[in-house]
Design a protein around this ligand. Structure first.
Ligand code: ADP
Length: 327
């Protein structure tokens, strides 16, 4: 019915596929409807899936999904722009949703700046090619600057207005009616002061995001800080970090959102010399789907894709301006 449809959409269930991985009791709780109504919704959704299958528009057979359908789904996901077109290009269009991306580099290279930029950019309306989502920012180091987020949001709005003028679209239909304060309201900020708090917040995220399905990016700045400060037992540290990474990966898949883990660097002694490498050791490097390393080359900042299942390794220069990350 129209009213259930409206409830589903406002609850963040905007496609048939968004109903695949939830139980009827989740839906009943989220939409505040009876379990019978939720069961009916799932019945209709699976019928739709069945008829799409027989029309040839879907190829899910006995629970398996075809690679073709996966490709189409992936294309429809959208990406979060970094505001640096060269970096977006080497990333295949921006930061991908449904995946965990680790971004590491030396202090001052711009990890937090990029984190704040992504928290703003995830909110760009769909009319402007964005995801129109919200952000969760988990700050372990106290480095998030709200004035800086405001500056970046103001610049983002200016760019959208400029683009709007350029397109000369119908002013009523596509006016940018967001204000800088809206961008700040859409960033949910958690400050964590110990590794136990960090684990607790990551455990709580599932509940928080199930109630805020428009969250499309989770940024942890940084994943490393408390785990490098407070730990002697390395085996326990590896286990805790592994568990946290697994939870974040599941969250990214279930809610189609991007998880960004900012990481520090450390020096490693190999082949007779010290080399910079991302912190937390080799076992951690398997925890993230994508890995981007930020580094200096002379006076220029560069981002290098060190690991990705879908794009080749490549480097792109970026800069940090008063307006945020730019080419
Ligand atoms: P990291 O998190 O990697 O330690 P940051 O993201 O905090 O580093 O980046 C800090 C750098 O960002 C500063 O050294 C400065 O060069 C740059 N920066 C910060 N704010 C501005 C601004 N308003 N205008 C230009 N550059 C800025």
């Amino acid at each position: 019915s129209a009213s259930l449809r409206a409830k589903l959409i406002s609850g963040g269930y905007t496609s048939i596929s968004s109903l695949f991985s939830v139980s009827h009791s989740d839906i009943a709780r989220d939409l505040k409807i009876s379990e019978n109504e939720a069961l009916e919704i799932l019945r209709v959704a699976s019928q739709r899936r069945g008829s799409e299958r027989s029309n040839g528009t879907s190829s899910i057979v006995n629970g398996a999904q075809s690679a073709w359908e996966m490709l189409n789904e992936e294309k429809s996901l959208g990406r979060i722009t970094t505001s640096c077109s060269e970096l977006d290009d080497i990333l295949g269009g921006g930061i991908s949703c449904r995946e965990v991306t680790e971004i590491g580099g030396v202090p001052g290279i711009g990890k937090t700046q990029l984190g704040i930029q992504l928290a703003v950019n995830v909110q760009i309306p769909m009319d402007y090619g964005g995801l129109q989502g919200k952000a969760v920012y988990i700050d372990t180091e106290g480095s998030f600057m709200v004035e800086r987020a405001l500056q970046i949001a103001e610049a983002c709005l200016e760019d959208m207005r400029e683009y709007h003028g350029f397109l000369k679209r119908d002013l009523q239909a596509c006016q940018v009616n967001m204000q800088p304060k809206d961008f700040l309201e859409n960033i949910f900020y958690f400050r964590v002061c110990s590794y136990t708090e960090q684990i607790a917040v990551v455990n709580y995220l599932e509940k928080f995001i199930s109630e805020h399905k428009d969250v499309k990016v989770v940024i942890i700045d940084s994943i490393t800080f408390h785990f490098r400060q407070d730990f002697d037992d390395m085996a326990l540290r590896t286990r805790l970090l592994g568990g946290m990474a697994l939870k974040l990966m599941k969250l990214a898949k279930k809610y189609t959102l991007a998880v960004i883990l900012l990481n520090q660097v450390t020096t490693k002694y190999t082949d007779g010399q010290y080399q910079l490498t991302l912190a937390l050791g080799d076992s951690w490097s398997h925890a993230c789907t994508n890995r981007v390393i930020l580094y200096w080359n002379g006076n220029e900042r560069y981002a290098y894709i060190d690991k990705s299942p879908s794009v080749r390794s490549a480097a792109a220069a970026y800069s940090i301006t008063g307006r945020g990350i730019r080419s």
